[in-house]
Design a protein around this ligand. Sequence first.
Ligand code: CIR
Length: 264
Amino acid sequence: GVLRHRPRAIARRVALVRIPASNLDEGELTHLERRPVDQAKADEQWDDYCAALVAEGWETVEVDAAPDLPDSVFIEDTVVFFGDVAVLANPGAESRRAEVEAVERAVRAMPGIAVARIAAPGTLDGGDVLKVGGVVYVGASSRTNAEGIRQLRAILAPRGYTVVAVPVTRALHLKSTVTALPDGTVIGHADLVDAPSLFPRFLPVPEREGVAVVVLSDDTLLMSASAPRTAELLSGLGYRVVTVDIGEFEKLEGCVTCLSVRVR
Ligand code: CIR
């Protein structure tokens, strides 16, 4: 792949992705009105998203397609990595539970990764999990329940992480309300965040679509093209901002984070 000619010293950065299902337009909707999804455009946007990761030095690993599971492209919700531990999620939406099986197969094929899982009656979506150093913020949302949070705590506490639960009532997932910059500053939109004071350093951003950033490296962020004012704010703070158009996925309440799982 693209990393072949890089010096050994640079750690391999891997992201799991999953090609959009052919019934993508039947995905779950909680806060938005249904709008028609252009499948061809979505496929193109997904290709461009993957290409952006690759161009920034990431290797993308495709999990087997699930052509009948409409939300399977939002792979972030199915597994979360904490160093060499992968925690398989148990998605809060019944329609999404079957997504985990192929993701589990892919994760078990990865050398050196220990696998843990959230089990019923616990539910947890990966979109509710935000890592900031040794602190793991978990959204108590319509998808992630108290039992899911308890199980995550039990998995992570012995490994030295502090799990901080955060109420999420105004959006689908914690990470549709806040994400974090490489320096640990939490960014979010004032209208969406229930309790900004839970975060030691909180920076409000001007657009709802701007709350989601994927940290590509210490100085580079991946963002949706639908938040130009936030992109400007963040580049003014010294970051290089790469933008991708993910409009078709935004119609389904997806954001830039949920289209991949970063293995780290
Ligand atoms: C859902 O409702 O589950 C999907 N339509 C969207 C999931 C987006 N995931 C995320 O933000 N982590």
